[in-house]
Structure formats: structure tokens, C-alpha cells
Ligand binder design. Structure first.
Ligand SMILES: O=C([O-])CC(=O)C(=O)O
Ligand SMILES: [Mg+2]
Length: 545
């Protein structure tokens, strides 16, 4: 964040501005010139000392939700310190501010609510959304918006879903260095059909069932128009909408404005990166694989579409590429003879006998890879996993559902049932597993590896659109950062600790596509890496005098 010493507030107003506050780290000179004398205890601390103090206190707290609350209130007080804590301790902190704790934080959102963050726009705000957005005091560059209808694998959380846009935007800064001052989390309160929430006195949203149809579409449309009027070059990320809206809205807006759907496109890119790593271990090509998805929603068809795009980019024809991907939904294997299939499933409805469930589809199709994205915990049973191990020397097994309570299987289950042969990735974090005399280190196939870097590339270039080609470039870049040592220990993605560096290179690859396709509003400089790095926020305190 750029600080102009001539315009920063003085005294209490400075201490109460979370984007500018340094707390006990204000220096003697700053205390004198910014009217802080007497408002702080005399001993001046370094930011490093503040980080250590915070961590000491946080680690004493009894459970992840308490730690989540402590981290949120640190963010409320001192944004730079919050990001120092997060960036320097990503492995420890990310599961507390994001998957899996953020799921619980959404479920408990009304009960743990302390302070405003981001913006809420409700169905009652029709006709005045632009005026409402003008209440936001900063110039937004990235909006993450949800309507709370499908929060992770936890279903309808209504306005409590706000935890997700807040968490995603924290990762924009933590994982790619996006300036926190331009991040705006938004929840569209369309009502909720979650009866428990409607009966909960502390629920933060409207007491009404969800609006649907034209009223819903008109509100989204007014929101999109208003956001672009108030923040002209803003990127809008759709997050955790239900299937029936997610695909429609993406199709409606992706060619008109700078937008993407993280659950469809971001998840697809990280999954493709994981698959590309698995191919290196197996020494096979994409076209040699057969993918069976458990689930046929946003993540499933998003991943399938990107796998197909990658195969087509390698010269395969579209039909043969699609033939490598199969879906199982709640009614069984998706095949041609089934009626009433949603549009996104049709490319994968092949000519094949109906199969009632995942296990029978698995036995009939003999896939090389299974990808779980249906939020059905335990769906990758021992029998499923052992069957995969019988069919394949190195079965690809991705259990991507979120949070941990919804995972199709645990890392241990996947490795034990396959005698350590599984090429495994997971949606939530799992600890390393000892199996058959080896240590297996599973990594998260989570879109957090993709969207921060993609957003950074889009901001640095002033992108007009976000395209599938950019997600392909992001996936390939991510995959290139998986080292032979990673593969050796079964890791299909780089360590989380490298995500800031990887994000910068994803941003460069995405920027390359943006310039190439004439989608930039800024002119192309000599050096894209320099351009991208110039947009990276540094959480170390600047000097104000
Ligand atoms: O938030 C996450 O961990 C991944 C994601 O987008 C989802 O599960 O909806
Ligand atoms: Mg999501």
C-alpha cells in the first residue's frame, strides 16, 4: 500500500485505521510527528517482536475457531501485522484462515461476529446498489462475491457465507501480494433455505427463503453493473454459488466483463496441475488416462473441460478428448440414455450402459484416475480404493471435497489401501503419512494455488477479460514448479511455502496471455516479471516520516 506522509491521519485516527496502524511499532520520530505521544506504551517494538507476541498468544488458544477469531481481530486492528503473521507462517496459518477452519467459521458466523468486514447487499437493496457501493471507502480492484448457497461442501449458509470471500481475499494478499486496500469481499443476501439458520437468533442475514428466477437475476445484474460503474476496472470473482446459478452466470458474464468462477475454473487449473505431475511420475500422456469423476457439478465439469482443453492443445480431437472423462452424479453414471441432464454434463454423457453408483461405474470403466468433488465424505471407500489399486500400478486419486469433514477419503486411507502407490491430492490439508516404509507427503489440490497469481497477472495488466487459456497457462506454470524431490515423496503440487513465488510466475504467464490476446488496458513493458513484482504488497511497515 502506498503511503503519502502528507495525507495520513494523526493521533487516534491513525491507530484506528487498520490499513495504516503499526501499534507499538510506531517509532519515536513517528510518535512525535504524528501526534501519537502518550497514546502508546513507551517501549517501541519491532514488527518481528509483534509477530512473535501474537503467535505466542494465538498458539495458547484451545481450538482452530478461537485462533480464527484472534486472527480476524488482528486483521481488524493492524493489516500489515496480520499479513506478516500469515505470510511468514503459511503452513500453520492457512488452515486457520481458510480451508478447513473457514467452513466452521461460516457455520458459526453469526455467533462469532465481532465487526463489519466487506459489504453485504441484500435483495431489499434493489435500485440503490451503486449508492451502497459508494459507501466503501477504498477503490476496489478485486471483488470476491458469494450468494452463500453452496459454501464449500457445506451447502446453503446464507449471509453467513461471508467468511468465504473474506478468506479468499486474505489469500490474494498472502499468496500473491495483492494490495489489501483494493480487496473487497461482498455477500449478496438473497435469503436462505437453511431452516436452522432461519431459526437461529444470531443469524446475520435476512429472515426469508431464497429469491429465484427474474428477481435473482436482476439483483445480480444490478450488482455487476453498479460494481463496474463505481470501480471501473474491477475483477469480479464468483465464489461458492450453487451449480444452477454458477454455470449460467459464468456464461452470461465471462465474455462481457473481467470475471471468472473460482469453483469451476480455479479448481480446474489446480487439478490439471496435479494431473500433469502424476503423468510425470507415470511417464504417460494425458490421452493415456481415463478420468472418472465422483460429482458432476462446478468442479467436476470445470476440471473435465480444462483436461479436454489441454488434450486438444496437444493435438487430440475434441470428441476423443471428451471420451477420456466420465461423470458419476447422484443418479449414477452420466450416460447418453439418461434424460434431463444439465447442459454442462452433456459433453460427458457417453454411449454406455447405465451404472447405478460409483463403484459399479468404476468396475465397468476401469479408470486410471478418480477425482472426488461431490462433498460425500467417505465415498472413496476401502473397496473403491482397493479396486483402483488392482486396476492400476499407480492409481491417480484426488479427494478434493472440502472441508476435511467432506473429503472422499483421508490421505492415510488412500495410501494404506493402495500400499503407498496412490498418486494422491486432497482439497483440505492432510499431514504426511508413513506407509510401506516411505513417507508420503500429500499436497492440497486447492484453488488457492491459482486464483491469487491469476488475479495478480490481471491487475498488473489491467485485464479486460479472464479466459480459459489463462487458466491453462496458470496450471502449466504451477505444474512446472513441482520438483523431482516433490514427486519422489508423492507430492503432486509444490509446497505451500513456495506459493508466493509460484504466484508471481503464474501472474507472468497469465500476463503473457493477456498481452498476446490484446486483452490488456496497460501497455506491455519489456520485462513482465518486473511489472508483476511492482504490484506485490510488502507487509513490512513503511516509514511514515
Ligand atoms: O475454498 C476452498 O477451499 C476451495 C473452494 O473454492 C471450494 O471448496 O469451494
Ligand atoms: Mg469455492
Amino acid at each position: 500500500m502506498k503511503v503519502n506522509p502528507n495525507t495520513i491521519p494523526h493521533g487516534i485516527a491513525l491507530l484506528q485505521n487498520p490499513l495504516l496502524n503499526k501499534g507499538t511499532a510506531f517509532t519515536e520520530v513517528e510518535r512525535d510527528s504524528l501526534d501519537l505521544r502518550g497514546l502508546l506504551p513507551p517501549h517501541v517494538q519491532t514488527q518481528d517482536e509483534q509477530v512473535a507476541r501474537f503467535l505466542e498468544n494465538m498458539r495458547r488458544l484451545p481450538d482452530p475457531l478461537e485462533k480464527f477469531i484472534a486472527l480476524s481481530s488482528l486483521h481488524d486492528r493492524n493489516v500489515a501485522l496480520y499479513f506478516r503473521v500469515v505470510c511468514d507462517n503459511l503452513d500453520e496459518i492457512m488452515p486457520l484462515i481458510y480451508t478447513p477452519t473457514v467452513g466452521l467459521a461460516c457455520q458459526r458466523f453469526g455467533h462469532i461476529f465481532q465487526r463489519h468486514r466487506g459489504m453485504f447487499i441484500s435483495i431489499n437493496d434493489r435500485g440503490r446498489i451503486a449508492d451502497i457501493l459508494k459507501n466503501w471507502p477504498y477503490k476496489a480492484g478485486i471483488i470476491v462475491v458469494t450468494d452463500g448457497e453452496r459454501i464449500l461442501g457445506l451447502g446453503d449458509q446464507g449471509a453467513n457465507g461471508m467468511g468465504i470471500p473474506v478468506g479468499k481475499l486474505s489469500l490474494y494478499t498472502a499468496c500473491a501480494g495483492i494490495d489489501p486496500a483494493i480487496c473487497l469481499p461482498i455477500t449478496l443476501d438473497m435469503g436462505t433455505n437453511n431452516e436452522d439458520l432461519l431459526a437461529d437468533p444470531y443469524y446475520v442475514g435476512l429472515r426469508r427463503h431464497r429469491v429465484t428466477g427474474a428477481a435473482y437475476d436482476e439483483l445480480v445484474d444490478e450488482f455487476i453493473t453498479a460494481a463496474r460503474e463505481v470501480f471501473p476496472s474491477v475483477i469480479i470473482q464468483f465464489e461458492d454459488f450453487a451449480n444452477h446459478n454458477a454455470f449460467r452466470l459464468l456464461e452470461k458474464y465471462q465474455d462481457k466483463i473481467c470475471t471468472f468462477n473460482d469453483d469451476i475454473q480455479g479448481t480446474a487449473a489446480v487439478a490439471l496441475a496435479g494431473v500433469l505431475s502424476a503423468l510425470r511420475v507415470k511417464d504417460t500422456a494425458l490421452m493415456d488416462e481415463k478420468f472418472l469423476f465422483l460429482g458432476a457439478g462446478e468442479a467436476a465439469t470445470g476440471i473435465a473441460d480444462l483436461l479436454v482443453a489441454a488434450m486438444v492443445a496437444q493435438g487430440t480431437d475434441l470428441q476423443s478428448a471428451r471420451q477420456r472423462c466420465w461423470l458419476v452424479d447422484s443418479k449414477g453414471l452420466v450416460v447418453q440414455s439418461r434424460s434431463g441432464l444439465a447442459a454442462q454434463k452433456l459433453p460427458y454423457a457417453h454411449d454406455f450402459a447405465e451404472q447405478a453408483d460409483f463403484l459399479s461405474a468404476l468396475k465397468a470403466l476401469q479408470p486410471t484416475a478418480i477425482i472426488g468433488v461431490a462433498a460425500v465424505s467417505g465415498a472413496f471407500s476401502t473397496e473403491v480404493l482397493e479396486t483402483m489399486a488392482e486396476i492400476n500400478a499407480a492409481p491417480i486419486i484426488f479427494a478434493l471435497s472440502n472441508p476435511t469433514s467432506k473429503a472422499e477419503c483421508t490421505a492415510e486411507e488412500a495410501y494404506y489401501a493402495t500400499k503407498g502407490r496412490a498418486l494422491f491430492a486432497c482439497g483440505s490439508p492432510f499431514a504426511p503419512v508413513q506407509c510401506c516404509g516411505k513417507t508420503r507427503v500429500p499436497r492440497q489440490g486447492n484453488n488457492a494455488y491459482i486464483f491469487p497469481g491469476l488475479g495478480l497477472g490481471a491487475i498488473a495488466t489491467g485485464a479486460m477479460r479472464i479466459t480459459d487459456e489463462m487458466f491453462l497457462a496458470a496450471a502449466q506454470t504451477l505444474a512446472a514448479y513441482v520438483t523431482p524431490a516433490d514427486l519422489e515423496q508423492g507430492s503432486l503440487l509444490p509446497p505451500l511455502t513456495s506459493v508466493r513465488e509460484v504466484s508471481v510466475h503464474i501472474a507472468v504467464a497469465v500476463a503473457e496471455v493477456i498481452f498476446e490476446r490484446g486483452l490488456a488496458t496497460k501497455s506491455r513493458p519489456e520485462n513482465l516479471l518486473e511489472l508483476v513484482r511492482a504490484h506485490v504488497f510488502d507487509p513490512r511497515y513503511p516509514s511514515y516520516v
